[in-house]
Design a binder for this molecule. Structure first.
Ligand SMILES: [Zn+2]
Length: 218
């Protein structure tokens, strides 16, 4: 197995070793003054699984909240997968093919705005489709769908049963998108997180707990 790189060791008059994962996905070790490197490495090795999990979480968060530079080959998320960008002069609008996100050269003047607009458009199309699917199969009623740029919540359901979703959902795997859709649709019936609410979610998605845990990673 590969050694986990330690990017910094900060020594101070503390009594125990602490492992810190920074927001830019680095491992920093805080250690008492006389701790040896062998001791530190042993602890890092022992906590390998925890560190790996935390690093993945932070990396997920990074790519959800910040876009890569708009250059050929830079990776962008779409439905849980990463696609390299391909800058083209032949396309009229942003488009996904099997392998790339095709990005018209003329959008390079305001790339982030163009990309966000495309993501939001794709999110609305996908979410409307998934809402329709679960509405048809499980008889829910709602009064409309809105897609917003919300950063702090993935979805909500108003007292009047209007569904609201963050466009960032389009970055996540389809299984997670469906979980958020079902969650909000169940709020049209149960306006709380009672046992009855979770039973309803579970009746539609028996594996909702795994999906919910996956959502939490983002
Ligand atoms: Zn809820």
């Amino acid at each position: 197995m590969m050694k986990i790189p330690i990017s910094q060791i900060l020594r101070s008059r503390r009594r125990t070793i602490a492992l810190v994962i920074t927001r830019d996905a680095r491992l920093v070790v805080r250690a008492p003054v006389h701790t040896t490197i062998t001791e530190i490495e042993a602890l890092v090795e022992q906590k390998r699984n925890w560190i790996a999990k935390k690093l993945t979480q932070v990396q997920h968060k990074q790519t959800i909240h910040r876009m890569n530079p708009f250059r050929d080959g830079e990776l962008f998320r779409y439905k849980g997968k990463q696609y390299p960008l391909m800058i083209t002069s032949g396309e009229q609008s942003i488009r996904l093919n099997d392998h790339h996100i095709l990005f018209p050269e003329r959008y390079l003047a305001h790339p982030e705005r163009a990309m966000t607009y495309w993501y939001a458009h794709e999110a609305l199309r996908t979410l409307a489709d998934r809402v329709q699917y679960y509405t048809n199969t499980h008889g829910f009623r709602h009064t409309g769908i809105t897609v917003t740029g919300a950063r702090t919540r993935w979805g909500s359901c108003s007292p009047a049963d209007r569904l609201c979703f963050s466009w960032r959902l389009i970055l996540l795997p389809e299984s997670v998108i469906d979980y958020v859709v079902v969650h909000e649709l169940c709020h049209t019936v149960e306006k709380n997180h009672s046992a009855r609410f979770w039973n309803r979610v579970g009746a539609i998605l028996p594996d909702y707990k795994e999906r919910k845990a996956l959502l939490k990673e983002y």
